[in-house]
Write a protein that binds this ligand. Structure first.
Ligand code: GDP
Ligand code: K
Ligand code: MG
Length: 272
């Protein structure tokens, strides 16, 4: 079994892997310690489990070499499942990648790391509701102290064995219509190394990798449909496609946070 650890830079991916596997991969509070994929293998319930440590990424439409490596491993090596390592103090930004990962529709669990900082700042989170919304486990962790590590691996293995997928978080209605249409075309065209929902969205976004995959497969019809969808959306909303998709993702994130996140109450006694 291979599980990929994915998340923004410096969220504690390597620390969490070390805590789970007893490995000594290099941890550091600076970007770019993990610029290639590394793996720690150990035995869990009689099974060999490899934890793949990937470079930090903000998105699956890569700008940096690190993000490209991560995207390529997810696309071409198709790990059995994903642990999405989140900096809980930075939920809004971190959830952007989470939504893209959900669109891969692979077994996945969330590690809500840096939970010590999160609670120290007075934030609270409705974990049950977050798990309900996302259709996946969300485990609070303090990776640097090993807290929550056992639960993360237990939940990840369970989720993979059961083949449970996270719940899709629909984008704006206009976008969803185009995505549904394009997904049907993709299904008819055959098998691609990218999961079909993410592939459809990335094609509409004009993501270079997705377009290249379609070109390599001579999927002319799919490319034409994607272009049509892009033009219709841009025309309708009068915005560039990247902005349309990004805004729609943040609308989803803000709706989720509205439900589950409670910000610290200012201590009036201290103010007066
Ligand atoms: P990566 O870039 O995602 O692999 O992150 P690292 O594992 O290298 O960790 C980045 C920094 O965060 C290191 O200094 C860790 O010691 C620290 N760190 C990791 N997990 C936690 C945590 O849960 N709480 C706190 N306070 N620090 C953490
Ligand atoms: K790091
Ligand atoms: Mg690392």
């Amino acid at each position: 079994m291979r599980i990929a650890f994915v998340g923004n830079p410096n969220t504690g991916k390597t620390a969490l892997i070390n805590a789970i596997a007893g490995s000594d991969l290099e941890v550091g509070n600076w970007p770019g310690v993990t610029v290639e994929k590394k793996e720690a293998t150990f035995r869990y319930e009689g099974e060999s489990v490899s934890l793949v440590d990937l470079p930090g990424a903000y998105t699956l439409s890569p700008y940096s070499l690190e993000e490209k490596i991560t995207r390529n491993v997810l696309a071409y090596e198709s790990p059995d499942g994903i642990v999405d390592v989140i900096e809980t103090t930075n939920l809004r930004r971190n959830l952007y990648l989470t939504l893209e990962l959900i669109d891969m529709q692979k077994p996945m669990v969330l590690a809500l790391n840096m939970f010590d900082d999160f609670t120290r700042h007075g934030y609270t989170l409705d974990l049950k509701r977050l798990e309900e919304i996302l259709g996946t486990y969300a485990v609070p962790t303090v990776a640097s102290a090993g807290l929550g590590a056992k639960e993360v691996i237990a939940r990840a293995v369970e989720t993979i064995r059961e083949g449970r997928r996270p719940r899709i978080q629909p984008l704006q209605e206009h976008i969803e219509k185009e995505v549904a249409f394009l997904m049907r075309k993709i299904e008819q065209a055959g098998v691609f190394p990218y999961p079909k929902r993410l592939f459809a969205i990335k094609l509409i976004e004009n993501d270079a990798f997705a377009v290249e995959l379609a070109q390599k497969a001579c999927a002319e019809e799919i490319l034409r449909f994607a272009e049509g969808a892009r033009e219709r959306l841009e025309c309708h909303m009068n915005l560039p496609i990247r902005t349309i998709i990004t805004r729609s993702r943040y609308e989803v994130i803000d709706r989720i946070l509205e439900e589950v996140l409670t910000k610290p109450v200012v201590d009036r006694a201290v103010l007066s």
